[in-house]
Ligand binder design. Structure first.
Ligand code: NAD
Length: 420
């Protein structure tokens, strides 16, 4: 079984287990516990797309709102062959907790289309994106549900979504998606925000265990939007990125990888594998590489009871959503590994998405310095809250982050009351 299959099939069960641990610890009442355990709305659409050879193929897409008690639904759109309703549901729940953890006034959502974008042309992806956006209809909108990029989607895909939505209304609605190009209402700093936030969180965790980032060895699984930026910023801080990988495999260099060269190699060949002056290593080997900092930045379900005891990193920074299962968490806690949980670690993306949406609504744009300063403030405050909760209850950072997040959503739910 591949890692990807294991991840996709169990993602929702893992999300529920993580939630249940927090609900137990919080002694959450049965009614609110049941409300938060269930997604509010799930939409599945099947839609035809004309391929470049003239044939028609029917695709399946999803949009799930887990919870919108604290604000509009927010979450990325994933294009992947293994994306299914269970995965999208799990990722939507993570978004609810993430927004609450960093106190961004959004609910949680996620979307996806089961497709293999690597086998599709740009024109085919555009037609798929535009039709999917249309199929979602009234569900998305700047006041109701604001999509963003995720695995295999990017600023261009967001531009097509924004344009399609705007065409149906007859005027430009910039605030319907975030992660757009800056030329059409995107925000400075959004492209790098997830990776930048991950590095802010690593800096805080490193302080807590007296780890000097200069010279620290880093391994990154997934050299995409989140992983590449995190690697680049850590390199700028003097860390040594010794291993990176993508879906086809990984590369290693004891002396530290040449990141600009690696980026160029990936652009030219579609993968990091075979880059000059590197040794090959598998995705499994990467996770167990000798390093101080491990950044899973690809898909869920990669750190499990099967490999957790062999992970050597002192800090695991979850740029990806759901990379670690609860059994692995238990092993890592016993070993003293600091796991910065996804709902805190990768919240830089949704935080700058929030800034983008605010800027679109005000039609007044901020400088990159202002954005990065606000991002750091929000994330470091959230880290401090989580760390304090963990110390008070003698628990790991994940359970602490969940306790804070779930209690905030539960309080909002009880304050609003159950309609009617
Ligand atoms: P991306 O498509 O830009 O990059 C994903 C990378 O992972 C690619 O390099 C791909 O080749 C690699 N990959 C795919 N399958 C792999 C596998 N089995 N093993 C190793 N590598 C594999 O996607 P992204 O936006 O960087 O998202 C990566 C993770 O970060 C996801 O879990 C996503 O939910 C999470 N995330 C992204 C954002 C964001 O703003 N883009 C925000 C928060 C969290």
């Amino acid at each position: 079984m591949t890692q990807e299959v294991a991840g996709a099939s169990s993602a929702w069960q893992v999300a529920l287990q993580q939630y249940d641990r927090a609900a137990d610890k919080l002694n959450l009442g049965p009614a609110v516990r049941e409300v938060l355990r269930n997604p509010k709305r799930e939409v599945t659409v099947h839609f035809p797309v004309q391929l470049d050879d003239g044939t028609i193929k029917v695709f399946t897409g999803y949009r799930v709102w887990h919870n919108v008690t604290r604000g509009p639904a927010k979450g990325g759109i994933r294009f992947h062959p293994l994306t299914d309703l269970q995965e999208v549901r799990a990722l939507s729940m993570y978004m609810t907790w993430k927004c609450a953890c960093v106190k961004i006034p959004y609910g949680g959502a996620k979307g996806g289309v089961t497709c293999d974008p690597k086998k599709m042309s740009s024109r085919e992806l555009e037609r798929l994106t535009r039709r999917f956006t249309t199929e979602l209809g009234e569900m998305i909108g700047p006041d109701s549900d604001i999509p963003a990029p995720d695995v295999n989607t990017n600023a261009q895909v967001m531009a097509w979504m924004m344009d399609t939505y705007s065409m149906h209304r007859g005027y430009s609605v910039t605030g319907v998606v975030t992660g757009k190009p800056v030329s059409i209402g995107g925000s400075e700093g959004r492209q790098d925000a997830t990776g930048r936030g991950v590095v802010y969180m690593i800096q805080e965790a490193a302080k807590s265990i007296d780890l000097d980032l200069r010279g620290a060895r880093v391994a990154v699984q997934g050299f995409g939007n989140a992983g590449e930026a995190a690697a680049r910023f850590l390199g700028e801080l003097g860390a040594r990125v010794v291993a990176v990988s993508d879906s086809r495999g990984g590369v290693f260099s004891e002396d530290g990888l040449d990141l600009p060269l690696l980026t160029r190699h990936k652009q030219e060949t579609g993968s990091v594998i075979g880059a000059p002056r590197t040794q090959a290593l598998s995705n499994d080997e990467l996770l167990e590489t000798d390093c101080e900092i491990l950044i899973p930045a690809a898909l869920e379900g990669v750190i499990t009871e099967r490999n957790a005891a062999r992970i050597k990193a002192r800090i695991i920074a979850e740029a990806a959503n759901g990379p670690t299962n609860p059994e692995a968490d238990d092993i890592l806690r016993r070993r003293g590994t600091v796991v910065i949980p996804d709902i805190l670690c990768n919240a830089g993306g949704v935080t700058v998405s929030y800034f983008e949406w605010v800027q679109d609504r005000e039609e007044f744009f901020w400088s990159l310095d202002e954005i990065n300063a606000r991002l750091r403030r929000i994330m470091v405050r959230a880290y401090d809250d989580v760390q304090r909760t963990a110390s008070e209850h003698d628990i790991d950072l994940r359970l602490a982050a969940y306790m804070l997040a779930v209690s905030r959503v539960a309080e909002a739910t009880m304050t609003r009351g159950i309609y009617p």
